[in-house]
Ligand binder design. Sequence first.
Ligand code: 0X9
Ligand code: ZN
Length: 334
Amino acid sequence: SAWFKEYHPYPEILSFFSNLAAEHPSLATFTPSIGKTYEGRDIAAITISAVPAEARDALKVKQIWWQGMIHAREWISGATVQFLAHKLLTAHADESDPDHTWAVKVLNESEFTIIPTVNPDGYEYTWSRDRMWRKNRRPVTGSSAYGVDLNRNYPDGWGTGGASKNPYSEAYQGPSPLSEPEVKVLTSYFLSHMKRAVLAIDFHSYSQLVLRPLGYSSYPAPHDAKLKAVGDAARDAIRATSGKKYVSEREIDLYAASGTAEDWFYSVDVGKKTTEDRGGNGRVYGFTIELRPSANEGGWGGDGFILPPESIIPVGEEIWAAMKAVVPKVLDDP
Ligand code: 0X9
Ligand code: ZN
């Protein structure tokens, strides 16, 4: 559709999801606000399943979480979650769609929650002022700097390296874990609504990577073999679909980072602070996926964040293929 030929400002993205849910009322619920950003914008969510909402607890329906746009300039991450949500619903609705049977099966046994834009204040700022803005837009107390890196502000392993204490840094971790309203909203919502989560993916750009925990420690994730199998399946599906090479690896092998969403997803289920603390009882498969372009194509000047809109559909299709490979793997895992 024409929608995927361009990137769109935040109010249009909200309308897109609201309309999408309205077109598929038996499958989708749009929640216009799960909470507010520092500047008062609503953070939205859409939930998709073919199981009636009131039956999902009793049937122990497994849950999957996709989020985009935690980093404001990574526009393709927003377009990709739009594409995935749209594809899931249209494939389910259209019997002639090649993925119809797959969508019916998956939506009969699971529930997807999609956060279109984790960081709407930053995203809005990339449209109005600075295309290369990354962080949120909260003024930092005691300095004239703005913004915390939301992907350094999650509480798991917070402040243990690969993040900055300097408010002017692009990787500023914030004054304390969960100091940022956006991270608070997202984690509270996840803890109250995602009790049966099995998979959570944070989409970013760029470098073409499928990254698995841990990111703040070289402590081996207790589920590394399973996490690797899932990550490798995503990589292979992408290669088979578009020919693009993504690398599947551990976060820490890229570089150390603490307070990331992905590590929190992996450790969240038993509510303890770190994977070590909870004796390795991980359950949520957390991933960071870095979309196109490749690091070579993107270069070091940051041009890689400006991915032409012609790439939205090809990236959407390769990531849809990755999700088709990954989702059954996590659903089948007891
Ligand atoms: O640094 C990040 O937050 C992510 N890269 S980005 O260029 N999109 O900002 C990657 C996080 C992956 N985690 C670790 N390397 N630990
Ligand atoms: Zn990012």
